[in-house]
Design a protein around this ligand. Sequence first.
Ligand code: GCW
Length: 644
Amino acid sequence: MKRLFLFLLVACHLMLVAKANDGSSLWLPTERNATPSKVVKGSKCKALEELKNFYKGSTPVLLRLDKKAGAGDAFRIAADTQQITLTASTTSGLLYAAYDLLRMQQLGDIRSKEEQPAFDLRLLNHWDNLDGSVERGYAGKSIWKWDDMQIVGKNVSIAPELQQHICDYARANASIGINGIVINNVNASPKMLSDEILRKVKAIGDLLEPYGIRTYLSINFASPMALDSLPTADPLDSQVRLWWQKKVDEIYRLMPHFGGFLVKANSEGQPGPGDYHRTHADGANMLADALQPHGGIVMWRCFVYGANHKGEDRVKQAVSEFQPLDGQFRENVILQTKNGPLDFQPREPYSPVFDQIKKTPNMVELQITQEYTGQSRHLVYLAPMWKEFFSYVEPARLRGIAGVANIGDDTNWCGHHFSQANWYAFGRLAWNPQLTSEAIAREWLQLTFTHDENFVRPMTEVMLASHEACVDYMMPLGLHHIFQFDHHYGPDPAGFKPEYPLEWCPVYYHQADTLGIGFNRSSTGTNATSQYREPYCSQYDNLAACPENLLLWFHHVPWDYQMKSGRTLWQELCAHYDRGVAEVDRFHNVWQQLRPLLLRADHNDPRRWQEVEERLLHQQENAREWRQTCLDYFGSFSRMPQNQ
Ligand code: GCW
């Protein structure tokens, strides 16, 4: 009797533990069928395997490969009471159909549909280094454990837990439509192209491939010198060109499905063609020529400043550098540009590169990792910010989309449970940028937490409000880059270091003085407004017409300037900081009220609620710090009282 009781106790405990949620399963279905579902049929592929494991329905499912179905990753789901048929022309199309069906099953609404992704290239960019650190990573160390992969003869043996983890990662990506990853940091080590690492990359790539995920690498432009002691990395030098050709051939021998290179050149100290007085086109084309016979691409980043255009307004430099080269790039080169012209600030206008580069394919780079939006300590849902970008730059004008990953080896992958929503939203928008931020938030909350509307409704609202709140308590009205140096967490509007380039210093960006605040980028200032297409060029240039949420980005505005609300600029600034702080207080209140509900959903395990609670408490404190530091500092110029 006693034994039975003990057994039951242990069994119950195990069930609870199994059910409790530490965030590691993300938004994915977790409960596998005890035996593979018998009603799912089709030829052998990953989609079939996933459905056999996780499809719970009794309506038979048929997977059909049909060459006449839509191109590439497109798929069709035809569902009636007798049968659910998934049709695609490729196995990756079937895989996306399978995940769509599983998602509909989880959401309790299985419908017929036809889907086609908006972009062919839907990529994560990892800023992971070989030493296991992650640049701008806030969720632990890199998930690539290079030391847990051993070269054994011709093969690479990967520890089983690592294998499983990489497959879980691949599955999460595939479930939201991501079809490629750049494994390493754009500040790339030449060692990435060494034999040893390439073989390990191949081993990772082999695990990703069944999930429709292609592998890409960031390369260091000076690799021929660092790896093989060539005297130069000049892209017009025949030895250098031969070196790259051989290296690329070697990569494709190992990985026939390799995707191509991502390149940060002549930017923030990275080597590049400019070191030999060659252009970005010369550099990109050399790599493109080596990749072209294999079908590979070059994604060449436009995040370039401080080299050829020193002294020019930093936000103008990408256009100044790349616009004259437009038309000179090979067909397999894509220019990859951050959404805004500066650097992933909480709010930026769109980058005018998207207006000025007309002959070369463009890709946008978004930052999923929250370098400038509270890192993994603030609840900030980024979909509204990305949607804002798409309201200025038509998705149809872009060849692809890349997101700087927020993934590390933390149990919950992203550090903050709600940062998972940004990974999820990135994938969903990469597939379909027309989806609303609200629809994505709702669906993510249901998949990740609970279907209970009393949880989903208020948290959807919190998520939707969170980005604007962050802008308000950090940098309202178009202020930008007033972060603390280097780590970019917390405010430092007084920041100035004579040993740093001016364009790294907060004082350069807000230009506060006794007359007013803001950066004059109008035609009476740096004329950055001229890089925009109409109507934005005129709108941004004109103080009265400029949207107020970008006012101080484009204009130096007197402290007593009258805003649309009737308040002075100073009062408006104070009101925004107040609003930001009040919003975070409100988010925290909502979260506190949801405690019993989430605990019920999490089988009494307080872990997720508690982990978010601690971060919200911190976010409240940090929002207050932003308000106080900024208003104290700016108030010393305006000499006007706060809270009027
Ligand atoms: O945002 C800045 C970051 C750097 C980053 C750089 C870039 C990878 O602070 O850490 O380097 O941009 O995008 O190249």
